[in-house]
Ligand binder design. Sequence first.
Ligand SMILES: [Zn+2]
Length: 234
Amino acid sequence: MVPAPGAAAVIAPHLDDASLSCGALLSRWVQDGTRVTSVTVFDGPPPQPVPVAAARFHAECGLGDDAMTVRAAEDDRAMARLGVRTVRFGLREALYRVTDDGQPRYPVRDRLFATPVTEEPELVVGVAARLAGCAEFAAADVVLAPLGIGGHIDHLVVGAAVRVARDAGRETWWYEDIPYVTYRDCADWTALVGGLVPVVAVIRVDTVGPVLSTTTENAAGKVELPTTSLAATV
Ligand SMILES: [Zn+2]
């Protein structure tokens, strides 16, 4: 068992990643006296008009174009329940990003998972700069960062930005990205993450699966956190 750090920051690409991938660990650290902050990078509102792929995804989730407001409220409740503070950068997630001429950068969902991080170098630099200027990031003894399992471009960007922004000697714990790590087509995920090793890992996929089903069904705001499904391993 690793002693709880004095301060920790979990860097979450989206508003559900901290609770889904690290909820149990965060809860335990808070109970042990750690000052824990969730830093969510991509929680900004969509552009107007809302890109077609984003609107379609909202509808699939049972949400409208105020999806980010609903998700933020959901995250507020989750983090309050865990006792975790929140910082949000307000940047646009991939489905909301547009090119310089106003076209959706990701017009179809499949591209979210098939784009190398090298295609968004300015975004990596921008997120790294935001992290470097974030007091909670600077004060953290341990930084939790996504491995990028599943290849979602936002998760890859955040992982790359953490590598740029962290100073030498800062402890970084890489966490397995839920839900992607539970997907069969992500079984060979190690090839995606450049030799990084997970520190925060799913210990029972058969437990996480049903919990995720429940969370998906209740995406409108009645989420039960999978706080008993994860463990920190070193
Ligand atoms: Zn995510």
